[in-house]
Design a protein around this ligand. Structure first.
Ligand SMILES: C[S@@+](CC[C@H](N)C(=O)[O-])C[C@H]1O[C@@H](n2cnc3c(N)ncnc32)[C@H](O)[C@@H]1O
Length: 201
């Protein structure tokens, strides 16, 4: 992992900014599960739990992982505010994705949004892909290389290269732009690198 983006960096960042739950779930995730019945999901690098809470609210049983204890504390509070039934469907795990190995082939959905453990190479993504159950979906959303403020970009090509074409059908592999709320009521254009793939049954 890059020294700049280690546990201490994220911990301080979450302590500095406080909880920030007032945003919609990631639109790429919303699109990926729109026509899917709920199942089991892993949200890798869940931050303050917006996506985990949204999935659990739709009936998914979620394992939500992050390296930052403060992010997980905020995420738990967020889930509790959504209701005991929602909170009860989420398991929070503090772990470093550069080392942590999820159970193989055990999630109907594995998603990760804007997590860039730069120096870790392709191994974390490989482990996330291995956690997808047959017939399940892998969704990886990153900041595209020229996004403003991006320090550790991933490319669509790098993400796709880690998926064995004999086992995966890649359904989305693109860079797309969208407007998102920024501080002080402003909007910014985000460029997302999106890879969505289905593991063959
Ligand atoms: C830019 S934030 C994105 C959070 C959330 N996925 C979202 O879309 O808002 C990146 C998150 O990844 C987490 N993270 C970074 N490196 C990690 C690692 N090696 N293992 C686990 N989590 C990590 C950070 O703590 C942070 O919550």
């Amino acid at each position: 992992m890059s020294e700049e983006f280690d546990e201490a960096y994220w911990e301080q960042r979450y302590q500095r900014h406080g909880p920030g739950h007032r945003r919609a779930p990631n639109p790429h995730l919303v699109a990926a599960v729109a026509d899917r019945p709920p199942g089991t999901a892993l949200d890798a690098g869940c931050g303050e739990g917006v996506e985990a809470g949204w999935l659990a609210g739709r009936g998914w049983r979620v394992t939500a992982v992050d390296i930052a204890a403060t992010a997980l504390r905020h995420a738990r509070e967020h889930a509790a505010a959504l209701g005991a039934d929602v909170a009860g469907r989420i398991d929070w795990v503090q772990a470093d994705l550069t080392r942590w190995t999820p159970a193989q082939e055990s999630f109907d959905l594995v998603c990760s949004h804007y997590v860039h453990p730069a120096a870790a190479g392709p191994a974390p993504l490989r482990r996330l892909a291995a956690a997808v159950a047959p017939g399940g979906t892998l969704l990886v959303v990153g900041h595209a290389p020229s996004s403003p403020g991006t320090a550790a970009p991933v490319t669509v090509e790098e993400a796709v290269a880690g998926l064995d074409p004999g086992r995966w059908d890649v359904t989305v592999a693109e860079v797309s732009s969208r407007m998102a709320a920024a501080h002080h009521g402003h909007e910014v254009t985000l460029r997302d690198a999106v890879v969505r793939a289905r593991r063959r049954p």
